[in-house]
Structure formats: structure tokens, C-alpha cells
Design a protein around this ligand. Sequence first.
Ligand SMILES: Cc1cc2nc3c(=O)[nH]c(=O)nc-3n(C[C@H](O)[C@H](O)[C@H](O)COP(=O)(O)OP(=O)(O)OC[C@H]3O[C@@H](n4cnc5c(N)ncnc54)[C@H](O)[C@@H]3O)c2cc1C
Length: 465
Amino acid sequence: MSLFWHRRDPRTRDNAGLAAAARDATAADPVVPVFVYDTDLFGTIGARQRAFLFRHVSALQRRYRDLGSDLVVRAGAPADVLSELADEYDAETVFYNEHYRAARRNRQRRVEKRLAAEGVETDGRTDLVLVDPGQLERSYPNHSQFHNDWEAAHKRGPYSEPDSEVLASISDGKVVPEPDVDIDLPPAGYQGARERFDDFLDTGITTYNDTRDDLGRAVEAPTRAVSRLSPYLATGAIGIREVWAGASDVYDAVHGSERRNVGKYRYELSWREQNYHLLYYNPDLAVSNYKSFPNEIAWRDDDAAFQAWVAGETGYPLVDAGMRQLNAEGYLHNRPRQVVASFLTKHLLVDWRRGARYFTKQLIDHDHASNHGGWQWTASTGTDSVDVRIFDPVSQAAKYDEDARYIREYVPELRDVPVGKIIDWPTLSRREREELAPSYSHPIVGRNEGYDRAQRVFEEALGKR
Ligand SMILES: Cc1cc2nc3c(=O)[nH]c(=O)nc-3n(C[C@H](O)[C@H](O)[C@H](O)COP(=O)(O)OP(=O)(O)OC[C@H]3O[C@@H](n4cnc5c(N)ncnc54)[C@H](O)[C@@H]3O)c2cc1C
């Protein structure tokens, strides 16, 4: 027998480690699928994402039961649980997929050490990414050079689901916990992920490049603007090879501008891969600046400003709409994601680690690599080759939400205000704002004051003043 240890990969399809275990198995020597509920680890992720993940695990358990097997669910430290189960099932090998987050790698090492001492083999596979970070250079000066190498690397197709005869016919009967959650979650499991992806392949992918930043469209019909697949990719409900193959089939079938649009979607996936690559070589990505600065960055310890940002009450309509979307849905479109992160770290000069922690708590698509890579990029402490990038929240709204449909959706106080006045809100006079929407906030920092202060502080940190 062998065990397959499910980690952040609650799926039977396109699962590299599970497929490897199944290849080695026979009906007489089958695979026992296991999920370990590790309380230490689950304490480090937000309650919303934890609840979403548990729903995936329930769906996975149902899938195994349909296949005539079961998912063995146990609570405890993985090294203890897997050692006990290896003994119980007389397993020779424990298979799993590799992870890049330091805490998960340490847990994995403890499992490997413990099992090796007991004469059980371990076999870890690359599953999270299309291209193993170890196959690429250690570091790249910019994203396009990373992309060139990553694009040229071989990418394999999806792994098939194991045949039911190589899965152990067992019955565990454990009930997966269903934690309470404060928001509506999207449909869970592989099925939920696949339906969302099919929707996007049918309605959004061939216009992706042209419409991905159209926030009005994103409000009206989410998968016609972007895929909204990140909650499923971040929790492992769908495999990355399956997503790549789905997009590539469309790419091969279309021409001209449609092909360019699909190409852009495939390109965007390389940002996710670059973040894993960064984390692989920089395990402290979540706590230390990636870039080194000759002087300290003079972050401001401004709790009132941070709380206004959290509540979506900064008086900057696009920032507030973004934060309210995050709070209400556990998801945030990439454009306002960049704008809110830039506003916090530049206009308010609050340390990026504080914003990243809040995102970790709220996001259902929280991904240790992409969240911290994204915050560092936007805070100009990460891989961005521009020294100091500051998003102007007013011109971003004018460009990407020109009809203010996104803003009006999430900031009801502004629904009756004319579009032009919504966009220019931070620059109107106090009297005019009070006449137009007395219940909506005044800007907590001046548009130019915030911009100039951030420019100065970063230039000082860079030793350019
Ligand atoms: C401050 C900040 C924090 C972020 N935190 C996360 C996070 O915790 N989890 C997360 O998945 N993404 C994160 N991102 C990246 C990006 O915002 C989301 O991946 C994207 O908005 C998800 O929506 P979508 O699936 O509809 O994207 P689509 O536009 O449909 O893109 C398709 C897929 O490509 C990947 N992708 C696209 N853009 C990026 C990017 N810039 N970085 C990494 N992957 C990308 C995602 O896997 C996404 O699902 C963050 C970005 C910033 C600026």
C-alpha cells in the first residue's frame, strides 16, 4: 500500500503526486488518500479561506466515495498522523506534492525525517507550478526576462484522475468540519472551479486583454472581464496544468486579436509562477523587503489612517470601493487591488506588511507567494524595476471606471452623485462634497500632498536626496 497526503491540492484530477502514487499502485497494492487537519497550520490562514478549503475537502471526500474509496481525515501534526497511518495500512511509501512556503517545507522535512527513521519512503512531486523554480535561474532583473525563460520551458499536460481500482476500498466515515463564515463563498470543490473556468473559456478569454481592466464590465458579468479563478487556484481546487491546457486549446483554435487576448491570459499566469519562484529563493518574502535600501523607509505609524483604509472610508472612491469589495466578497479585482495597496503604502505611508496581513485575513484567494509578491511589488520594495511607482487613485478611477459603475456598486453613498464628481471627489471643495453626498467621507490625505510625501520618503530611503 501507499498513502497520498493531500495538502493544498483537494482534487483527484490533475494532481501530480496522486497520479504518481496511482502509477505505482495495483488493485492488490492500492493508494490510501489522506487529509491531515493540522491545527497549527490552519491557524495561519484566514477564517474565510479556511472555510472554503474545508468545503473543498468535503467535496473531495464525496468524490473518493463515488470512486469506491474514501478520504481518511485525521487531526494532528502531519509527522505523527502519517507515521500512525503508514503503520496502520502497512504503507511502503507516502506521496505528496511539494510546497514552497517555509513553514510548509519545514513540516514536510519533519515528515520525511520521521518516516525515513521508520523505514517508510517519501516521494514529493512538483504540482503547484507549471515550471519548477529549481529549473530556472536564481534571480531575474525583471519580469520579462523571467517570462522568457519560463515561456521556453517545457510544460506538461494535465494528469488524469486515478482509476478507481487502484484506490483502496476503505470507509473512513469521518465528517469534515464546516466552520462558520461571514460571507457567501463561491461553489466549492473541483466542480465549482471547473464550472467557473468553463464560463470564462466561453465568455471571457477571447476578449481578456481588451476588457480585463474594465471595472464596469467586471461588476456586470465577472467572468466576461477576468477569470475569477484565483480563489480556486490558491486553494488548489483546480490544477494549473488543466488551466494552462484549457487556455492553450482556445489559443490554438483562434486567430488574430482573439489569439492575442488568449495569449495575454497565459502571460498573466506567469506572474503567479514568478511569485512562487521568488518565494522559493526568498523564504522570508512575507517579512523582509526584497530590495535593499541604503536608508530605512520612514513608514508612518498611523492607526487612524489604517482603520479608515480597512473600512473603505478614505474619501478616495476607487480605494473605498476596492476595500469594500474585499470586505464583502473576500476577493478584489487586480486593478483596485494595486490601487488600494499603493494608496496604503504610498499616500498613507503605512508599512506593506500591515496591509498584507489584513489581506491574508480577508481574501479567499490568499496565496502566500502572490500576496506578498504583490504587496512588495506595489510598495516598491519588490521586483518592480521602477524605483518609486505611485498609483494616482483619481486618474486610475477616470481610466478604468469611467462610468463609476464599480464605485457605485460598492459605495452606495455616491449612487446619486454625477459621474464626473465621483471621479474628482478628492479634489472638490469641502462645501461641494457636503452638498453632493453628506454621508460619504472627505479625503483623509490630499492627493498631491500624499503623492509628494511618498516620493520624498522613498527617494530618501534610496539615498537619492
Ligand atoms: C497587493 C496584491 C496582493 C495580491 N494577492 C494575491 C493573492 O493573495 N492571491 C492571488 O492569487 N493573487 C494575488 N494578487 C494578484 C492578482 O491581483 C490576482 O491573482 C487576481 O486579481 C485574481 O483575479 P482573477 O483570477 O480574476 O485574475 P485573472 O486576471 O483572470 O488572471 C488569471 C490568473 O493569473 C494569475 N495572476 C494574474 N495576475 C497576477 C498577479 N499580478 N500576480 C500573481 N498572479 C496573477 C492568478 O492566478 C489569476 O487567477 C495580488 C496582487 C496585488 C497587487
